[in-house]
Design a protein around this ligand. Sequence first.
Ligand SMILES: [Zn+2]
Length: 114
Amino acid sequence: MRTAGLCRDASGRAATSQLRHEACDLDCMPECMQFDENELRLEARRRVATGRLPREPQQYLWAGAGDGQLCSLCDRLIHPQQIEYELQFNTNPQIIYRFHRICHQAWELECIAK
Ligand SMILES: [Zn+2]
């Protein structure tokens, strides 16, 4: 069970501001994860064009530690030591989209800014 609108960390506490501070930048992500921002934005555009990702702003957003699920943009695992963003949309509330922090950023830049 999840509580709508509540951010959680690994221990389930609400910790929005704390998470913001601990959120890793690109350079301190695990070495195995190589993200190319341009590539991510390209992929975001592609997935929106083919309907695999929504185009509108999310209705709900949760941030927390990854729980080993796949990212909706890059299809790679979101590791527990990474921040995972979970998004829910009005148009399709039964689907939860999960993103790495940087993937969410790329999607947002490609889709919401336009
Ligand atoms: Zn990703």
